[in-house]
Design a protein around this ligand. Structure first.
Ligand code: ADP
Ligand code: ZN
Length: 645
């Protein structure tokens, strides 16, 4: 489960501009509210001023040139009536140049007035100005920082158990219910961690023998393969407290908070030792330092990373704190993290194979009442490419489906329908004209027929013109067995199948629709990787010149790319795809009768399963796969799932 993100600085990001605007407005407002200096009333020299002097109401004056500033003994109202009149002790007046200074001095003495006790004011002082100008800003910024810190703290710690400043979640051994029993299908990873469990259980045994225990273990694998689950199971097996935090939370925190959270987290864990610290999404802070990273967040990231490294270097492994971290992109991690004494042990969590999926399904159906017809083996065989989280989700969906249908137990049909929904999206009812449906039927039949007629392509499992999710129809092809790598023929097959929909539309209607967009994206991605990553183009040769997923920064292990190479990649991709497109178009026009037959059947029945589809088209179904000669292969993680809209 991805931990909830605290509403830190980044959460406020888009609102920042508004915030600044409000700040500005408040500043203007406040500076107008506060009068410049003290309010002084302006009184005439004669008669008012002289009169007041005579009546002993003037306490003191200071003069500058012709101007006299002074203070009355009692509040004075001027003008005496009217709505403009003001009340104050402070006043100004102008001494006319023709006034007789002798009489004035005499009058002042007579009236007991202090003269020039203070220098005349020259408006607001510099400091006052500064304070008035920036005071409100400082106040608001202060408040903002305070709120953000508080929010970050509460947001992260408020989950299971509020936990100090670190924002981590802490699970006590007594609450920890996950054990190795709950983790299935990833046995290698599991067995690599049993040693850790043993150490946490009886650290003395290891201490006595002086064995070196790893401080950090890096779990790497695709999302949903069970890395978090595994870490929790280690804590559960060892009866150790489990502190977990997601590295992305550090990055989102306000500057300076990340490092102190790390410090706090390690402190808490040491006090609770033996204990497990689990850092999810380590790549969020641990990616290799590159130039030109995004605004702001970088310093924070680096500080946090450094703090983690310092903590890991600093503690004595014998105290029994083990740091587990998870990432799905180990290749981008800063090498500093992987040095001895840090995350020097690396455990790869593989996507499960058929047997593994079977075991995972068993774990998750333990508490689900299953009907007799449920066949876990078949389910495991038809869920190729799915990981633990997908399978857990599948079981859950099937149970919901069964509940909706008011079944006593979950049946096989519930499972297959749930699976279909997960893979293809749920069916959508929209009004369509016959012409639109026919168009979709040609598009899908194009995909399907190319799939059936291309040797090495995945068998076609289902063709349908029922709209699902964003797509108007689907063609699902899936391999018959787990594949761990792909050869060129297979990849070209994937490209051709993706092109089939658009090619059929062109053949029949002589134009195209926007419906092929996702097909084109998929095939472009495959073609680009063939050319730029897997060395399958003569012109580029066996060098990796584009990033793994086709975007983002170049990774270590990728060759520097010149402008010219870029152009060459583009040309090669284009050449590859255009060659495939030509082949597909001639294949379809040579088999127009099969295409039309598929369309007629689809218009009538909306959905064809594997058997019907092959029968309608009159194509022999492919034999189950035998051992195949592997020519050139790539890892299967690199491909999008094989279904075409
Ligand atoms: P990751 O951390 O690798 O992204 P998680 O550990 O969060 O994956 O997995 C999410 C959920 O999927 C788990 O809580 C569990 O229910 C299920 N799951 C994943 N892998 C497995 C597995 N190997 N065995 C049993 N259940 C699994
Ligand atoms: Zn399509």
């Amino acid at each position: 489960m991805p931990p909830q993100k605290p509403p830190g600085l980044r959460a406020l990001g888009p609102r920042f501009l508004i915030f600044v605007l409000i700040l500005f407005a408040v500043n203007v407002w406040v500076s107008q509210l506060i009068p410049s200096g003290h309010e002084r009333i302006r009184v005439p020299y004669t008669p008012t001023f002289l009169q007041e002097v005579k009546q002993h109401n003037v306490k003191s004056i200071s003069s500058r040139g012709e101007t006299i500033q002074g203070e009355f003994r009692h509040e004075f109202k001027y003008p005496p009536t009217g709505k403009d009149s003001k009340v104050s002790k402070l006043f100004n007046t102008e001494v006319p140049t023709f006034a007789d200074t002798k009489t004035l001095s005499a009058a002042l003495q007579e009236g007991g007035v202090q003269v020039n006790a203070k220098p005349a004011e020259q408006g607001r002082g510099f400091l006052a100005n500064l304070l008035l100008g920036f005071g409100p800003t400082l106040l608001l910024v202060g408040l903002f920082v305070w709120f953000a810190r508080r929010a970050a703290r509460q947001g992260a710690g408020g989950g299971l158990m509020g936990f100090g400043k670190s924002g981590a979640r802490r699970v006590e051994p007594s609450e920890q219910t996950v054990t190795f029993e709950d983790v299935a299908g990833i046995d290698e990873a599991k067995s690599e961690l049993t040693e850790i469990v043993d150490f946490l259980r009886s650290p003395d045994k290891y201490r006595r023998l002086g064995g070196r225990i790893p401080r950090g273990v890096l779990l790497s694998g695709s999302p949903g393969t069970g890395k978090t689950l595994l870490a929790r199971a280690v804590a559960g097996e060892a009866h150790a407290p489990f502190f977990s935090i997601s590295a992305s939370e550090f990055v989102e925190a306000i500057v300076g908070v990340g490092a102190s959270r790390v410090r706090d987290l390690f402190k808490q864990a040491k006090e609770a030792a033996p204990a497990i610290i689990f850092i999810d999404e380590l790549d969020a802070i641990g990616r290799a330092r590159t130039a030109g990273s995004s605004f702001g967040g970088n310093d924070e990231r680096e500080q946090t990373l450094n703090q983690i490294l310092t903590e890991m270097d600093g503690f004595d492994p014998a105290i029994g704190v083990i740091v587990l971290a998870a990432t799905n992109r180990p290749e981008i991690l800063d090498p500093a993290l992987l040095r001895p004494g840090r995350f020097d042990r690396r455990v790869t969590v593989q996507s499960p194979d058929t047997a593994g999926r079977r075991k995972i399904l068993e774990v998750h159906t333990r508490s689900v009442p299953l009907a007799d017809d449920v066949d876990i083996d078949t389910l495991a065989a038809t869920t190729i490419g799915m990981v633990g989280a997908d399978l857990a989700n599948l079981v859950n969906e099937a149970a919901l489906m069964a509940a909706r249908r008011e079944h006593e137990k979950v049946t096989q049909a519930d499972f297959t329908d749930a699976l279909e929904r997960l893979i293809l999206g749920s069916e959508r009812k929209i009004m369509q004209t016959e012409a639109d449906r026919e168009r979709t039927a040609y598009h899908e039949s194009g995909h399907a027929l190319v799939g059936m007629l291309t040797p090495g392509a995945d068998p076609v499992r289902k063709v349908s013109i029922i709209p699902r999710g964003p797509a108007l129809g689907v063609t699902l092809s899936a391999p018959a067995a787990d594949r761990f790598s792909y050869d060129i023929a297979y990849l070209l097959g994937r490209i051709k199948v993706a092109l089939g929909g658009r090619a059929a539309e062109r053949l029949v209607f002589d134009d195209m629709t926007t419906g092929a967009e996702s097909d084109l994206e998929q095939l472009t991605q495959i073609a680009r990787q063939m050319v730029g990553r897997w060395g399958m183009s003569e012109a580029i040769g066996p060098v990796a010149v584009i990033p793994r997923d086709g975007q983002g920064p170049l990774l270590p292990g990728t060759s520097e790319v010149s402008e010219q190479t870029h152009r060459l990649i583009d040309e090669e991709v284009r050449r590859l795809v255009e060659r495939c497109d030509e082949e597909v178009r001639s294949l379809l026009s040579a088999n127009r009768d099969k295409l039309d037959a598929l369309v007629r059947a689809l218009m009538e029945r909306e959905t064809l399963d594997e058997e019907d589809a092959y029968a309608v088209a009159g194509v022999e179904r492919p034999p189950p796969p035998g051992p195949r000669e592997v020519l050139e292969t790539v890892s299967r993680e690199a491909l999008p799932p094989p279904s075409s809209g």
